[in-house]
Design a protein around this ligand. Structure first.
Ligand code: ATP
Length: 588
């Protein structure tokens, strides 16, 4: 395949805002291509060379890319840098300068997809003292033979700016359209949810059809999308929903990890698929030592504990284990335990379709419990009194609340879905009306008064699972301490966007826009209809959106969540229906 074909599709995708149209562009493209190319095409359309959990990045800085552009276009670096300051995006710089060069150059070899992949892989693996020079050369070779549009996308891929708007859900739609039927979409999505590898699903569909995807199994080394919980406002409602009896577990306030164990080797993944093994080497070693089966995938919550008393410490303590630097010291200073709550694979067997009690039994039997490896505290309850007593014990033991889990036969592990088989009930629900919200930052307003010179407030959005858009729900200006205010540009500015990002649905216009990348935890007094926010406008019945009243930042940056894992529009709408309706409107 010629890379020009792919770049032309990227351009078409970029030009449309409609998810349906994107899916149709992609499906036509998929149908017409050699099945051997589809895997790379899918990764590249997301700006990657392989799935996220491999944790490798092309990692070229803007300045390095400018050097490649200068060399390929035969333009002095000073001029390239000046244009970069003006345009902000090395992709646009490359497009402009390569266009000028093309008018004067006669010979260049057409770029094939295979050649692009080869050079990108070499860029990815370049290391050593002269790695920067190597990377610059490899990219310059590609740019030399690129058309202006090809150059634009190449530079976006290597700098991590590839955002043509085709998210995972759109690609799954396109795959269903190209190789199966709409009705097969859930099966294809299931394949994705248990592998987190869109390229693999695309290639399997293209070469083996739906049957191939159906036979994909959970595998050690390939993380699953995590199962998530719904929320209900009382123990009574939880029991009612679960048929009068359920298992309750403590809801620990730590960092969720998925451990993949194979012949004594352990890898730990976060819920956004980062490899956390080096952050919790002690937990990995304890799991390896305590595991009685050969292969396993389990999930648990890593919680910091007091060295002397073993008491659980607040969430902030365990976040020191997520730092990039000083990890050895943090491992020494902050003892951590893993509280395991699920087992989805054991010795060659996929347990995801087994009911909760069976999985729990398998988990208990597969590990030596003690030291750093614990099971979540669990009790089967059959009355509101028993449920409340367990909830109070959880709070006394410094947990956030409880997780109720269905004991029904169909209480399977649903990778990637949020449902009522698990229901959370937290301390906050007793005093405030709702849960906290995890929201993506999509814009900022310049500060005034004490905040002049920095950002004063942020425009926050939730994710619409039906449309793939980020819809605004509040303007957030409360709960920031001085340290956070000062650090805001460093936290947010990587995502700066000249115009409203294509994935953002907003009526308000902030002073600056951000691509949704950073997720913050927010509490609010109420959810109400709003004329200025866009969340849930398709669900409220009268076209108005939903907004949060008196939102406040809790101080918690949810760097364990991808932006599309933030609280969804659908969840906010569900919470809105649950709360007592006061009827007031959110004006901002
Ligand atoms: P929250 O912000 O409330 O943790 P979330 O969106 O991260 O919510 P939910 O599915 O709503 O995820 O809540 C479940 C989370 O609670 C899990 O992701 C996990 O990190 C944590 N957790 C703590 N204890 C348990 C438990 N016993 N069983 C399952 N999850 C637990």
């Amino acid at each position: 395949m010629l890379y020009a074909d792919l770049a032309a599709r990227f351009e078409e995708l970029e030009a449309t805002g409609s998810r349906l149209e994107m899916a149709s562009i992609l499906s036509d493209f998929f149908k017409g291509m050699d099945a051997r190319d589809i895997r790379s095409v899918v990764y590249l359309s997301q700006g990657k060379l392989r799935p996220d959990f491999h944790g490798v990045e092309l990692g070229m800085s803007d300045r390095l890319v400018l050097r490649s552009i200068s060399s390929a276009a035969g333009v002095p670096l000073g001029k390239t840098e000046k244009l970069w300051i003006e345009l902000g995006d090395p992709g646009l710089v490359a497009e402009r300068l390569i266009a000028v060069k093309k008018q004067t150059t006669l010979f260049s070899e057409p770029l094939t997809l295979a050649r692009v992949i080869r050079n990108l892989e070499a860029i990815e693996s370049a290391d050593g003292r002269d790695s920067q020079t190597k990377k610059t050369k490899l990219l310059a070779q590609l740019l030399h033979d690129s058309s202006p549009v090809e150059a634009r996308f190449l530079c976006r891929i290597v700098t991590g700016r590839m955002r043509v708007g085709a998210g995972a859900m759109t690609i799954l739609d396109a795959l269903a359209e190209a190789f199966a039927g709409k009705e097969d979409r859930p099966l294809i999505e299931r394949g994705y949810n248990i592998t987190c590898d869109l390229g693999l699903i695309a290639e399997t569909l293209a070469t083996e059809g739906l049957e191939g995807v159906e036979s994909i199994k959970v595998a050690v080394g390939s993380p699953l999308k995590v199962m998530l919980a719904e929320r209900l406002p009382s123990v009574e409602q939880i029991l009612e929903r679960m048929g009068g009896r359920c298992a309750m577990e403590y809801k620990y306030d730590g960092i969720r990890v998925q451990a993949h164990i194979s012949a004594g080797e352990v890898r730990l993944y976060s819920r956004r698929l980062e490899d956390l093994t080096s952050n919790f080497p002690d937990v990995a070693a304890a799991l390896a030592a305590g595991c009685r089966v050969k292969d396993a995938i389990i999930e648990g919550e890593c919680v910091a504990v007091d060295r002397d008393t073993g008491a659980m410490l607040p969430f902030q303590t365990v976040t020191h284990r997520r730092k990039k630097h000083g990890m050895e010291q943090a491992v020494r200073d902050i003892p951590v335990r893993i509280f395991m709550f699920d087992m989805v694979y054991a010795d060659g067997e996929d347990l995801t379709a087994r009911p909760y009690e069976e999985r729990r039994r398998a988990l208990a039997e597969s590990f030596e419990i003690g030291g750093q490896v614990e099971l979540t505290k669990m009790r089967v309850v059959g009355s509101v009194e028993e449920g409340l007593a367990f909830f109070n014990e959880a709070l006394e033991d410094k947990c956030e609340g409880i997780m109720a889990k269905s004991l029904a036969e169909d209480s399977v592990y649903r990778a990637g879905s949020r449902g009522f088989l698990w229901v959370k009930y937290k301390r906050d629900y007793e005093s405030a009306l709702t849960d906290s919200f995890d929201l993506a930052v999509v814009g900022a307003f310049f500060g005034m008064g004490k905040r002049t010179g920095g950002y004063g407030a942020l425009l926050m959005a939730s994710f619409d699972e039906d449309t793939g858009m980020f819809c605004t729900v509040c303007k957030l200006g409360t709960g920031f301490d001085d340290g956070f205010l000062a650090g805001m540009p460093a936290l947010l500015d990587d995502g700066l966007s000249e115009t409203r990002p294509r994935s953002v649905d907003a009526k308000m216009t902030p002073d600056v826009w951000f691509e949704p990348t950073v997720v913050l935890e927010v509490v609010a007094a109420e959810i109400s209809k709003s004329p200025v926010h866009t969340a849930a406008s398709a669900l409220t019945g009268d076209g108005s959106g939903l907004g949060l009243r008196f939102p406040r930042f809790t101080g918690r940056v949810r760097d364990d969540k991808e932006p599309d894992q933030c609280t969804s529009v659908q969840e906010i709408h569900g919470m809105y229906l649950l709360q007592d309706r006061g009827g007031s409107e959110t004006g901002e």
